[in-house]
Design a protein around this ligand. Structure first.
Ligand SMILES: Cc1cc2nc3c(=O)[nH]c(=O)nc-3n(C[C@H](O)[C@H](O)[C@H](O)COP(=O)(O)OP(=O)(O)OC[C@H]3O[C@@H](n4cnc5c(N)ncnc54)[C@H](O)[C@@H]3O)c2cc1C
Length: 393
């Protein structure tokens, strides 16, 4: 049987936040990409849906309709023991339901004139003819001048291009539980994210409020799957939810903390396909949007006649995104090494908390902190700040 064939300048595989925002920026720049997704939208994506303030700058201003809870507080516990809460005077993040959020972004692409092929899976990519690539999908053959893999963790585009950008694989396990099951303690989740650290090496747990539900999850190294499952069960029992009646969803989380190749020729990777999830916070949407923005800029320049522009995509990512992910990884390692001491510091002093909030809002960066993280300077700052005993609203 012969498959129907088509030809496009740019084909984007995957319509998550990375693919959708890239398609939107290309449309704004006058290019008309074809975007394909194996799923039918709206589709489910396992995610806690935490959208930091720094991510908002890459998103349309009319996003309000899909934002759910505004978060200004974090409650921290160590190994599910005693907890403390820190507050910030401005929002740190919003929660979104990924099904609605992703569909909202794709609706924007459709309205801007984007061409969207749903339920169309990429199966293979072969080089040629000439400078083009030929894509084999579940429906047709497509030739393209530029191909972008925005197809998430375990990217098929990365496999076809022989790219292996991921340094560490983590696994996320998450359950959606109605908030009213928590009875009187449900109010503790208002505007508050709960995090548990120190229960397992490189692992942590979270509880994110989103409308009428709580997202209760754990994440950690993929080879510790059974331990993660036990940790999740312990977390539920800690919350008084001993007989969970809701499905536990699992999804891989890719971390790239070294500058491994994320492009080959005219095939580029963005978002999770490039492994751009923060090791410490598990935040991936911000880098998905940021990398899509960098890819859009270089692709537009390429089609305006700047022949070397595509190759600069990797350089831009390794200049603007990789140092941040590497710094966050190193800070996470120091934090895990110090264990209860780091936790005590967070409880006792406001300075590390203030810095963390500023990073979440995009006013500071992990890279900056790492540079300034000389123990003598840090110690002096902690002393000055605690002497001032500045209250945080
Ligand atoms: C449990 C968990 C909790 C998380 N919580 C947060 C959080 O609170 N905040 C945050 O910022 N990040 C979080 N993340 C990370 C975040 O979900 C990802 O970083 C983000 O979704 C990446 O977006 P993306 O567009 O790169 O990929 P995705 O959102 O994964 O989209 C990829 C798309 O590609 C499509 N696709 C895949 N293969 C093919 C194919 N062969 N052909 C066609 N289409 C294909 C898929 O259907 C999908 O629609 C979490 C992750 C997990 C697992």
């Amino acid at each position: 049987m012969t498959l129907p064939s088509a030809s496009r300048a740019v084909v984007i595989i995957g319509a998550g936040p990375a693919g959708a925002s890239l398609a939107y920026e290309l449309l704004q720049g006058g290019l008309k990409p074809l975007i394909l997704d194996k799923a039918v939208f709206p589709r489910i994506k396992v995610c806690a849906g935490g959208l930091t303030i720094k991510a908002l700058k890459f998103l349309p201003p009319d996003l309000g309709a899909v934002l759910e809870d505004e978060i200004r507080r974090v409650q921290l516990s160590f190994n599910l023991g005693r907890a403390f809460t820190k507050a910030w005077h401005q929002p740190l993040l919003y929660t979104v339901e990924r099904q609605r959020f992703d569909a909202f972004l794709m609706e924007g692409v459709r309205q801007a004139g984007g061409e969207f092929g749903e339920e169309e899976r990429l199966e293979a990519i072969t080089p040629g003819p000439g400078d083009l690539s030929t894509l084999v999908t579940s429906r047709r053959l497509i030739t393209a001048r530029v191909v972008v893999g925005a197809d998430g963790a375990r990217s098929r585009v990365a496999q076809c291009a022989g790219l292996q950008p991921v340094d560490f694989w983590h696994l996320g396990l998450q359950m959606e539980v109605p908030r009213n099951l928590m009875g009187k303690s449900a109010s503790a989740f208002t505007r508050t994210v709960h995090l548990d650290l120190g229960s397992m090496a490189d692992g942590y747990a979270w509880i994110f409020p989103r409308g009428e539900v709580l997202l209760i999850g754990v994440g950690g190294p993929v080879h510790q799957g059974p331990q993660l499952k036990r940790y999740h069960a312990r977390l539920l029992s800690h919350l008084g939810l001993d007989e969970p009646r809701f499905p536990l969803a699992a999804h891989l989380v890719p971390h790239r903390v070294t500058p491994k190749p994320i492009m080959r020729g005219r095939v580029l990777l963005v978002g999770d396909a490039a492994g751009l999830v923060d090791f410490w916070t598990g935040e991936g949407i911000f880098s998905a949007l940021h990398s899509a923005h960098l890819a859009a800029r270089q692709i537009l320049k390429f089609f305006q006649g700047e022949a070397g522009a595509l190759a600069h995509y990797q350089t831009r990512v390794d200049h603007e995104i990789t140092p941040e992910l590497t710094a966050s990884y190193q800070i996470a390692k120091i934090f895990n090494y110090l264990g209860p001491l780091a936790y005590k510091c967070l409880e006792r002093y406001d300075y590390p908390w203030e810095v963390f909030c500023r990073v979440m809002r995009g006013d500071r960066s992990f890279g900056e902190i790492k540079k300034r993280c000389r123990p003598d300077i840090l110690f002096r700052k902690l002393l000055v700040k605690s002497a001032r005993n500045r209250p945080i609203a």
